[in-house]
Design a protein around this ligand. Structure first.
Ligand code: FDA
Length: 393
C-alpha cells in the first residue's frame, strides 16, 4: 500500500466519494480515508432508505448560508440533471415523489454502490477504519498521522461532514482542521430537525401522536407549506423540519392549520347558513378527524355556531389560520438531518472549494456553511462541491 498520494480526502461520504472519482478520472492518485467501518453511512439511511439523491428544481434559493452567493457557481456547473445522467448510466431505477424530488425506487444502497464503483473505475482508493490523528503542512503538501501509519499528499480535501447523528460517525474534525489552518468556523446548529414542546403543550398534543396534516408554517420571514406530523415528543414532518433551519431558540412558530382557507369567512358564512352547525363539524371537514376532535376539545370549542359572537369567531379563526406556539427546543444533533453553519465560505474559492490562502487545501460538502432545504438539495450540494474540488485538486 502506498503512503504518498496526489490527493487525500478525509471522509468517505457523499461529497468525499464524488470528489475522489472526479479527481481519479483526471489521472490523479487519490486516497479517501474514513474512520468509520463503512463508507457513506448517511447515504444508506437517507430518504427513508431510498435516498432522495437530488432535486430537479434545486436553485441557490434552496440553500442557507451566511454568504448566499457562494454556492451558485458550483451548483451551476454540476446540476441535478448531471447527477441524474450518472444515475441512469448506472441503470438505477428512480422515481419523482414530491415535485422534483428524485428517489431510488429500490434502495439507497444503489447510490453508494454507484459512488464506490466510480471510485474503483477512476482508480481512487478508499481506506476505512483509518483514524487521522494529526495533519501537518509540509513543503510538498500535507502529512497525515493515521492509525494506518504516516500518509502524505500534495492536496488535502476535508469532507468530514457535520455534527448531525454522531452514532453514524459524525465528528467535528473538519471544523478542527479548518481552525488549525486559520479559517473561521461559523457557529453550528442542528437543522432539518423535529421540535420538542414544553410539557403543557406536549401533554395536550400527545393524543394526536401519529396524525399528519398539511399546514403553512412561518418563522423569521420564511414559510413552508408542507405536512406537519405530531409525534410523542413534539412536532415533526416536512413542514417542521424545513422551518427548523430558520428557527432560533425562543422564536415563535405561526402555523396556518387551514392553508388556502379563510377561517373567519368560512365560519361567519356557516353560522349564517347553518346556525346549528358546530365548530367540530367544520373542523372535521378540514382536518384529520382525530386532530379536529382533539383541537376542538383543547380549546373548548363546543356547541352550535349561533352561540358564538363575532369577536369569538374572529379569535377562533385566528387560532386556526395563525396558531402560534413556542417550541421548547429541537431534538438536536441526535436526529438532525444536517448541521447549519460551518466553514465560512468567504475564505474559500467558489469555483474550486480551495481556501484562498492555500490552493491545495479544500473543504466540501456539509462541513462548509452551505445547507440545503429538505428534498434532495443537500446531496446536490455534496455532488456539486465534490465535483468542483475534484476537478481542481
Ligand atoms: P457525510 O456525513 O455524508 O460524510 C462525512 C464522512 O466523514 C463520513 O463517512 C464520516 O464517517 C467521515 N468522518 C467524520 N469524521 C471523521 C474523522 N474524524 N476522520 C475520518 N472520517 C471522518 N440529504 C438529501 O439530499 N437527501 C436525503 O434523502 C437525505 N436524507 C438524510 C437522512 C438522514 C437521517 C440524515 C442524517 C441526513 C440526510 N440527508 C439527506 C443529508 C445528507 O446525508 C448530507 O447532507 C450529506 O451526507 C453530506 O455529505 P458529506 O459528504 O458532506 O458528509
Amino acid at each position: 500500500m502506498s503512503s504518498s498520494y496526489d490527493i487525500i480526502i478525509i471522509g468517505a461520504g457523499a461529497a468525499g466519494l464524488m470528489c475522489a472519482a472526479t479527481a481519479g478520472y483526471r489521472g490523479r492518485r487519490v486516497l479517501v480515508v474514513d474512520h468509520s467501518n463503512k463508507a457513506g453511512k448517511k447515504i444508506l439511511m437517507s430518504g427513508g432508505g431510498r435516498c432522495n439523491f437530488t432535486n430537479l428544481n434545486s436553485t441557490p434559493a434552496n440553500f442557507l448560508s451566511d454568504n448566499p452567493h457562494f454556492c451558485i457557481s458550483a451548483l451551476k456547473r454540476y446540476t441535478p440533471q448531471d447527477f441524474l445522467e450518472l444515475v441512469e448510466r448506472h441503470g438505477i431505477e428512480h422515481e419523482e415523489k414530491a415535485a422534483g424530488q428524485l428517489f431510488c425506487r429500490d434502495s439507497s444502497r444503489e447510490i453508494l454502490d454507484l459512488l464506490l464503483t466510480e471510485c474503483e473505475w477512476s482508480g481512487a482508493e478508499v481506506r476505512l477504519e483509518t483514524v487521522t490523528t494529526e495533519v501537518t503542512e509540509t513543503p510538498a503538501g500535507y502529512a497525515l498521522q493515521t492509525s494506518a501509519g504516516k500518509l502524505s499528499c500534495e492536496s488535502l480535501v476535508v469532507a468530514c461532514g457535520g455534527l448531525s447523528i454522531p452514532t453514524m460517525g459524525a465528528t467535528g474534525f473538519g471544523y478542527e482542521l479548518a481552525r488549525q489552518f486559520g479559517l473561521e468556523v461559523l457557529p453550528t446548529r442542528a437543522g432539518l430537525v423535529p421540535f420538542t414542546l414544553h410539557p403543557e403543550l406536549k401533554t395536550r398534543l400527545a393524543p394526536l401522536s401519529g396524525v399528519s396534516c398539511p399546514v403553512d408554517v412561518q418563522c423569521n420571514g420564511e414559510h413552508f407549506r408542507e405536512p406537519m406530523l405530531v409525534t410523542h415528543r413534539g412536532l415533526s414532518g416536512p413542514a417542521m423540519l424545513q422551518i427548523s433551519s430558520y428557527w432560533r431558540p425562543g422564536d415563535t412558530l405561526a402555523i396556518n392549520l387551514l392553508p388556502g382557507r379563510n377561517a373567519q369567512q368560512d365560519l361567519t358564512a356557516l353560522r349564517h347558513e347553518k346556525p346549528q352547525s358546530t365548530l367540530g363539524h367544520y373542523l372535521n371537514q378540514q382536518l384529520p378527524k382525530r386532530f379536529a376532535q382533539a383541537f376542538a376539545d383543547m380549546h373548548n370549542w363546543h356547541g352550535p355556531l349561533q352561540g358564538y359572537r363575532n369577536a369569538v369567531i374572529e379569535q377562533i379563526a385566528e387560532t386556526l389560520n395563525h396558531w402560534t406556539i413556542k417550541p421548547a427546543g429541537t431534538e438536536g444533533y441526535r436526529t438532525a438531518e444536517v448541521t447549519l453553519g460551518g466553514v465560512d465560505t468567504r475564505q474559500l474559492s467558489s469555483k474550486t472549494m480551495a481556501t484562498l490562502e492555500r490552493s491545495n487545501l479544500f473543504f466540501i460538502g456539509e462541513v462548509v456553511d452551505v445547507t440545503g432545504h429538505l428534498g434532495g438539495h443537500n446531496f446536490q450540494w455534496a455532488w456539486a462541491s465534490g465535483v468542483a474540488a475534484g476537478a481542481a485538486a
